[in-house]
Design a protein around this ligand. Structure first.
Ligand SMILES: NC(=O)c1ccc[n+]([C@@H]2O[C@H](COP(=O)([O-])OP(=O)(O)OC[C@H]3O[C@@H](n4cnc5c(N)ncnc54)[C@H](O)[C@@H]3O)[C@@H](O)[C@H]2O)c1
Length: 413
């Protein structure tokens, strides 16, 4: 007999037994907006996650990270008792679909780790009932969805398997979930149909494809974005080598010219998804993904280019360098795979000291207030172009700005 631990119920209404849906990884960056979108659509949601702190924050009405516009939706979901919070695989509801939004990292060989999905499924299996729909929403290596269906079949389990990739931009997930079409695939027509019905509760348009097509669609999207950033970064480096301000070139290229309206500005491109997914695709292509690898060289190399440029201009060993913005992108508190930390690591070996600051990041005890970093640094680098930095007074200190975010005589581009 399985002994069920105490169930953490928020309010009276939603319980593990009566929840309409479970989101495994529901306290994560993909999980939270999805949970809120389903709750907002009237579903009772079991928010299942190993991260107790994340669950506690949600239960208290706080978001564990920045998700724009989500706070009132969370408050309403809590007030309407739409959520139950659980932190054990024993506590997965067996009355409705189970959506998996756990992290799917790559290993030290830049290869995907299938075991992550397998372990999650293995631990959830005893709680699942035959006939239930499992929706993979994490980004997965091509073939994973079909593999999962065969794996379950091999264990004598009759579960439906779907893959419905998340494509929203981090921080604006709730808004984009409602506005963007949802790609839906299933290993059987029944699984696909059920997954489509589920997502039609929260999105206006569903696009159905096969699991392999959906897996490629997700990986191609992220790899393409990463390559786009690399293209603009390489243009920046070429323009810079000729003493030309890339911002002016970009502005001229884009002015009333729709074909180039989407080209991004130069800047540091990293974060938890783009590199990982480009490398997953490369692993699938047996490393024959030259554009993906070139993008990695350019985007990761931009940090080293800036450091080398500064070393040529200054005797860094006598200087303290201040890093502005430690999140991996603007207006975010997420430091996962942030190139700001690559700067920190490289510069520690070349400088008198490195000081760091960020208005959003709360997870790094070494961060200092902006004013202190500006006052104590001899030289600054704009790492993440948060809007608040646009008008800062850098007190005449030189500041390296790859983004083209700042104005002023002391800005190095
Ligand atoms: N972050 C994004 O903007 C984004 C966008 C699209 C797709 N994705 C993909 O979505 C997936 C999740 O990414 P994320 O950024 O939300 O990661 P995350 O780390 O923020 O969230 C994952 C959550 O899963 C939980 N978790 C891990 N294993 C678990 C388990 N066995 N049982 C219960 N909970 C478990 C973690 O505690 C965490 O809260 C990844 O595959 C990622 O590539 C992310």
């Amino acid at each position: 007999m399985t002994v069920r631990p105490n169930i953490a119920v928020c309010g009276d209404s939603t319980t593990v037994e009566n929840a309409d849906i479970t989101v495994i990884g529901g306290a994560g960056h993909v999980g939270v907006p999805l949970v809120l979108a389903f709750a907002d659509a009237g579903l009772r949601v079991n928010v299942n996650d190993l991260n107790k702190d994340g669950l506690e924050a949600l239960k208290a009405g706080r978001l564990p990270f920045i998700e724009h516009g989500a706070e009132p939706v969370l408050a309403t979901a809590l007030a309407n008792q739409r959520l139950v919070f659980t932190h054990s695989p024993n506590l997965i509801s067996n009355g409705g679909p189970v959506v998996i939004t756990i992290g799917t990292p790559i290993d030290e060989f830049l290869n995907p780790i299938r075991k992550v999905v397998q372990s999650c499924i293995d631990s959830a299996l005893p709680a699942l009932k035959d006939g239930q729909l499992i929706v993979l929403r994490s980004t997965v290596f091509p073939g994973t969805t079909e593999w999962l269906a065969s794996y379950l079949e091999g264990k004598g389990r009759k579960l439906k398997v779907a893959f419905c990739p998340e494509r929203v931009v981090q921080g604006y997930g709730l808004k984009e979930l409602r506005e963007m079409p949802q790609i839906v695939s299933g290993t059987t027509s029944e699984a696909q149909r059920e997954a489509a019905v589920l997502f039609e509760r929260i999105v206006s348009e569903v696009v159905t494809v096969s699991p392999l097509e959906a897996e490629f669609a997700k990986l191609f999207s992220n790899a393409y974005r990463y390559i786009e950033f690399a293209a603009t970064n390489e243009f920046y480096l070429i323009a810079k080598s000729a003493g030309v301000d890339y911002r002016r070139v970009l502005a001229a290229m884009k002015h009333n010219y729709p074909r180039l309206s989407g080209i991004p500005r130069s800047g540091f491109a990293a974060g938890p998804c783009l590199v990982k997914d480009t490398m997953q695709l490369s692993a699938f292509a047996r490393n024959q993904f030259s554009l993906g690898h070139s993008a990695l060289l350019i985007n990761e190399g931009l940090v080293l280019h800036v450091v080398e440029d500064l070393r040529r201009r200054y005797d860094l060993s006598n200087l303290t360098v201040g890093l502005l913005g430690m999140a991996f992108k603007a207006e975010s508190d997420d430091v996962r795979a942030s190139l700001s930390y690559k700067f920190k690591k490289v510069l520690i070996g070349h400088t008198r000291g490195v000081l760091t600051t960020d208005p959003f990041v709360t997870s790094d005890p070494e961060l200092r207030p902006l004013e202190e970093v500006i006052a104590k640094s001899d030289l600054l680098i704009l790492c993440a172009p948060h809007a608040v930095y646009r008008d800062i007074n850098v007190r005449g200190k030189p500041v390296f700005d790859v983004w083209g975010h700042l104005e002023g005589a002391n800005v190095i581009r």
